[in-house]
Design a protein. Structure first.
Ligand SMILES: [Zn+2]
Length: 257
């Protein structure tokens, strides 16, 4: 497993995030941690979900801090359904159901909420487009990151996309049924499972490297192993928060260049 370097940052407003180091040219990536917010245990402290039982006022404050950390960017999001729907958007707001967002516009962020599922940030060739994918086991089996890359990289003259695999549950912590492990081994190769332990990031990497035009950077962070930094549905259920993962094209990049 190759691990890409990352760094922890404290955003203005206090929200703590990790980002690839170096960051990609022309785009910003924020994998927010659970640190720097106001939610009380077991949601401490930067939870972004109102659907898990947290105090809505705390969540609103956390979202405001995150917005500040993202240079006051508004966000575009989807109603995540663990499928393979890819939505292309031109501005902030709810973009319907789906599990991946793409844009060629700057000035706002694409966001997904996760607690173990894999946030996959995409930067298209020459940073003309960006994308953010929510890839749980269903989406990974369906090849959602590949679908997003295909749509993003576009025509035959386009070369390479860079993909950043963010904090997620990894092979050290993710035990699945024998049947599901078998399906992954069959689809992505025996290297993505060890017994019943499944590595979603390795499956995503195998899937994307099949395309031959993606450079995969895996930050190597496990939500199960790092409760100090991330929420883990598996390890902390029934009650825990959700981490936000975000990407934005720099405002002067993208469409019209
Ligand atoms: Zn782990």
């Amino acid at each position: 497993m190759q691990i890409a370097p990352w760094r922890e940052h404290v955003g203005s407003g206090g929200a703590v995030y990790v980002a690839p180091d170096p960051e990609p040219e022309g785009a910003r990536i924020w994998f927010f941690t659970r640190k720097g917010g106001v939610s009380r245990p077991p949601f401490d402290s930067l939870n972004v979900s109102t659907l898990v039982g947290d105090d809505p006022e705390a969540v609103a404050e956390n979202r405001a801090r995150i917005r500040t950390a993202m240079d006051e960017n508004d966000s575009a999001w989807v109603r995540q359904v663990a499928g393979d729907g890819v939505r292309s958007v031109t501005g902030p707001g709810l973009a319907g159901e789906g599990d991946a967002l793409l844009t060629d516009r700057g000035g706002f962020s694409l966001v997904v909420a996760v607690a173990d599922c894999v946030p996959v940030a995409l930067v298209g060739s020459e940073a003309g487009t960006v994308g953010m994918v929510h890839s749980g086991w269903r989406g990974t089996l369906l090849g959602i990151s590949e679908a997003a890359v295909e749509e993003e990289v576009g025509g035959p003259d386009q070369s390479c996309a860079r993909v950043y695999i963010g904090p997620c549950i990894r092979g050290c912590c993710y035990e699945v049924s024998e049947e599901l492990a078998g399906r992954f081994a069959e689809r992505f190769g025996s290297g993505v499972v060890s017994g019943r332990m499944l590595s979603l990031p390795d499956a995503i990497r195998a899937n994307l490297e099949e395309t031959g035009r993606v450079e995969v950077h895996d930050l190597g962070l496990c939500t199960g192993c790092r409760p100090d930094l991330f929420y883990s549905h598996r390890k902390q259920k029934p009650k825990t928060g959700r981490n936000l993962a975000a990407i934005a094209l720099e405002a002067d990049a993208g469409a019209g260049r």
